[in-house]
Write a new protein. Sequence first.
Length: 716
Amino acid sequence: MAGSMSVSILEGLNPEQVRAVEQPGGPLLILAGAGTGKTRTITRRVAHLVRVRDVSPGGILAITFTNKAAREMRHRILEWVPDSGMWIGTFHATCARMLRVDPEPVGRTRDFTILDEDDRRRLLKRLIKEAGWDPTSFKPQRVAQALSGWKRRRMGPGHAAEEASLYGLLEERAARLYADYEKALLQQNSLDFDDLLLKGYELIRRDAEGRRRWVDRFQHILVDEYQDTNEIQYMLVRALSESHGNLAVCGDPDQSIYRWRGADIRNILQFDEDFPGAEVVRLEKNYRSVANILKAAQHVIRFNRSRKEKDLYSDQENGAPLQLMECGDEETEALEVARQVRNWVGAKTPAKEIAVFYRTNACSRALEAAFTRLQIPYQVVGGLSFFERREIKDLLAYGRMLVNPRDDVAVERILNTPPRGIGNTTLNRLRAYAGEFDSTLLDTIRNEQVQEALGSRARKALQGFLVLVKRMADHVDSAEQSLRVVIDRTGYRRYAEALGDTEDVDRSENIDELLAFASEYDERVGGGLRGFLEEVTLLTDQDRWDAAAQRVSLMTVHTAKGLEFDRVCVIGLEEGLFPHARALEDPDGLEEERRLFYVALTRARKEVWLSHARLRFRGGNPGPQTGSRFLDELPEEVLADTDFDQDPADLFGEAASSPFSEGDVVRHKVFGRGRVCQVLGSGVNQRVVVRFADQSERHLLLAYAPLEREEEREEA
């Protein structure tokens, strides 16, 4: 009976997968390349343990990294094994479940609550204020990051204080808050996300020295995406498997892309050293991608040193060659990508099988505009739509108020943004007075009778707001200039930067992207702030599309991990963007960026388009860009012969047909008077470098820039 079951479980598996499934016990490392069927292998291994080797389902613990992956694993296992006590979940969910069952050893009850990131920041903000520090300069998010780092390394407040003394003021203050923070969590019967792992590990270690409730419960531990584990996750699985050694891990060092949140690639690279006698099985047959995509990915990733060699292969045909696209600027790039996507959809590729990847979320702005103009339905996955992001909505609300002072929704949003001492109590009273006087919110604020009724502090804050509004009201002709005035006079950039950033949210970069879009609108249309706001409103209005309709997916490469599509575009492949500037001087960081590119390539089944721009707005100013080194690492035999929109040799060549020459005095309707320093490119991509009176240098595309020659005035 067992033999027939074994044949059924192994049906459809290749020899390497069979070897991984049938491994009886002990340490096992399954090196699973992209698209090699690792989920199938893990689920069949679980079924084999239960149905062939008579392991109790309740004695198996399967851990993965996302709830989606856990649900998929559970669903597939249930096809083979009835639900009878098996533990399947993420690291955090597994630890939380253990702590619910056995909370007393870590000083909690079963009713403990879990603080999310916003809860934690609010608590830290209160503690910072109680310590007499300013939370706008001593940011709760920075403190939270420091605490997470210490907890991931199993360091309590005492050891953290010792380490912090070697660093700066922020670390020292964070360490001083650590004990107060832990005391508050204990008083509230709460844990944060990092505590789930830390306290879970403490529970296991204490248990191992006493009751052995957990260390003897699970006879087999399986861990998916092992390349993404951090130090404490490594210690957790080691502790749980220490008595029996039955630890099977599955992963791919070439897809380790989360170093910024603590992942340690050494965990998988050194597995066979940490667990002597480990069996190593390589899954190398790819079931996802055509041969050209695999060749490209393999060729690039071999430039990395921190890896375990695998030779992915496929039974599929070579498929379409990879297309490289060089564009004049990000607007052209976005439009060309949108056109290619439209061609794919027109050739019967379902929209849901198409994705566009980028390194940072700020890159989505131009894409969203281009997709909307061509009426291609899309969805921004793993992040807010560019125009739905907090900082963008705030600045556009200022613009709406300037154009239409009757817009109460806009006024209410920015009344205390950035904070100016107008709290909810004052806002509620203003709403009541507006109803009583049947007036707009802004007119109500201007009402002297209302101001007198509110008290001196609120009155002073409201009067300051009105002065600010008056100072901004005359700047509505140029969209870019209007937004710059708002940013400068409200101090909004400082406020946005103080909100705290994560890997994929750079608020200052998003603000620069909005200014770039406004500048492009001014040069293309010249409709001023009112016209710009109208265009933006149309860009964000997706009501004309059926919510159930297929949409093209726009996302960062980090978000794309674990997904796959028929056709993929990867944009922004420029030095400093992809690979990111933060990685360029760090060999480990650069290797992770290359792994990120490898992940991007291997998401595609049938076709890949890669693009970069020669000119991109970054840091508030346009500048020439150099193509990513990863493009140079692609093998020529997998690349298509592509006609670029301009010969790269023209980039630094002077164009004879240019209306301007070096040394010409010119005037720009926004930036004022300047002198041409250089003429670059030709045709529609021709641009000039102009040094303006404020000594700033700007690269301006002549096809869009409102630039006129002026007669040079003689010096007196």
